[in-house]
Design a binder for this molecule. Sequence first.
Ligand SMILES: [Fe+2]
Length: 485
Amino acid sequence: MTQHALLEDDLAPFGEAYGPGLMNNFAPLRAEFGPARLKLLSGKVPANLSGVYLRSGPNIRFEPSGRYHPFDGDGMIHAAHFENGVVTYRNRWVRTDAWKLEDEAGRSLHAGVRETRKGRSDKPLKDTANTDLVAHAGRVLALWYLSGDAYEIDPVTLETKGKCPGIVASGGAISAHAKVDEITDDLIFFDYGTEAPYMHYGVVGPDRKLKHFVPIELPGPRLPHDMAITEHYSILHDLPMLYDAEAFALGRHKVTFDPSLPARLGVIPRYGASDSIRWFEFSPCFIYHVVNAWEEGDWVVMSGCRYMPVLDKDGEIDAVRTARDVAELVMHARLWVWRMNVKTGETHEEMLDASRNVEFPTFNSRLSGRRTRFGYLVDHSDTRTLQWYGIRKYDLDTGESLGSWSDSSAHSFYSEPWFAAADNFAAEDDGYVVAFQWNEKLKRETLDIFDAKAIENGPVAQLEVPFRVPSGFHACWMAADRMAK
Ligand SMILES: [Fe+2]
């Protein structure tokens, strides 16, 4: 495989008819590759890093049957497996039910989110498993943002093994951003939908069986994207990002933002009953992604990226533009902290850094739900969809930027970076930050490894990936000891 062997063929495999979502850095790969050892371009692969970096994203297999949105593409996983200083790459599609059906038919059978589906029961939306990857109980779950199946993936071979039995037992739906408590190996999840009670909450144990599952009643259909956990609680989101009822009745997917409603965060004990949830109200906003959450005495603290509502020329919230930008993944996010006192009901919220548009956060996931000082986020382009041109380390207590790295030419598209704890780590930031990088100008894909204690020094190792990894969504790191469970 040479660097550019696939590019010419792949830049726009379906032509330009479907728009930018299938072109340039978004153009899908047409095949699966590897395992292939990656060639070192500079530096040295850390000897104390064992595990696998996995990145998910849309990679449509057959020509779309209608209008295309990046949310529609079949889930493909790109993996970089670290073992004894050697890094091995693979990519594989997730063998979803829909993927298998289309494989047999040899063509697309599903509608995209931009299409009108009224009266089109022959063209359902596709559960693509393309959104997030969550490492649990020795396997990786490939998940979908609209709530779908939990496909279990072998973290090394990327073979689709089946569906998580605990999620099947719950009724079969899980949203993309489930959380794993890496100390207890509980998988904590929610689903959401368009019918009452509009949300469920549950816990799957380390044996992959359902341990807890309760309905959560919301005031109406919502589009929550993420959740958070602490040692004893979970935090569920009821945000004023709603389905547009009129459009929904016409079979269209359209979202609307209602700034007259508060953002509500619901704190529920990890194994709590439905009525044990306590809701706390904050200024109206949407939240794509949480960094981490933890407890400080009676306070439950959630650190995350607040989607800043778009303002009109009079300084009022422009609900239409806000909803449109959220739907099109145009990010205007700021690092934020929300605090809730479970004894007194008090709340406090604060912007930690007013100046930077940062998103797609990661932290030392060994400490999920426990107090963490450091977060690692991407510098997000204000204008280009999913262009993450730099990586930045934050002090989550003060909002201070502790160091960043970006390609000064701004031609970089990083994939979601993930913090990878060093083998036998001691301090919270003993480890590395790993990400793929597509350099648009050089037409070069690399795997970049940063020392988490000195992001600003640039990658300690850079390896050549022999072809472009299409821009995608979320990633995870699974340490070697967690792969063996
Ligand atoms: Fe997400």
